[in-house]
Design a protein around this ligand. Sequence first.
Ligand SMILES: [Zn+2]
Length: 294
Amino acid sequence: MTQFVPFIGKTDYFNSNPRLPLWQLIPPPVLPLSWLLSLNINPGLIPPFRIIPDCGVWSYKNLKIPRIGNNLVTPLWAIKQYQKRAKPGDIVIAIDHLLMGINNEERREFNRQSSQQFLKLSKLYLPQCYPMAVIHGIGISQKLQELKRLYHLGYRYFAVGGLLSNSHNQHQLLGIVEIIKNHLSDNCYLHILGVSNYQLAGKFGQLAINSHDSSTWIKEAFLGYYYHWKNNKLNKLKLSSINLPSCSCTACSFLGVQLLSRREYKLKLAAHNLIQNLLAYGEYQCREKPLSLL
Ligand SMILES: [Zn+2]
């Protein structure tokens, strides 16, 4: 089954003593087994599940030379940061740079060199983790070339990045994902970075994609959006007041009568939204028919 990997941020916990992390409000039947972290954010709590840390490429996408705070983003620097967070079995993502239409040749060269160095260093410093490379490329033929190069380097865990520009056209996006999946051997793992919704989750399931992630559920909660899974339908509405509609999910029931700060109220809404989305993801995966766009 395709896993949904929620993004965990800096302060995704409630200020009780001890801190109550958001993931403790998710009921076990839908609790995600993996969580995504980014190096540009220092999380207050690390989830006790598999983590997939990445380099937070969006935070430096406009910089010619990748930098986070005062640090140059290099394979060795990233590995040292990952060592503080990762445990055996986690998936660590090689540093990369987005192809944005400017300085693309330098960015490609950065990706080429980084992927080589990262693989060597991860074997040395994080031998019990799985190094994952991000496939970048303008158009499908460049992406397939890059996949071939990364496979020959020795990677078996891959992520497809830079698909946000295709997110307005889901048919096109799924076509790219399907072609890449068909070029992978059975011993490879494929993750889709940063594009996800419940319809896509069903299609990713049919394509046997291993995992996909999103931070939309938490961003939308902080913008006041409320999800509700009812009668096999996921409804979304914009809340006009601070009071949440009555709900019996584990997040709402557990935190229903507690006095929450404004941040915690948004976090409660995020936990509620995540549960509703996870229920929908599970249902859509079962419902979708086999898919072939080729
Ligand atoms: Zn709820």
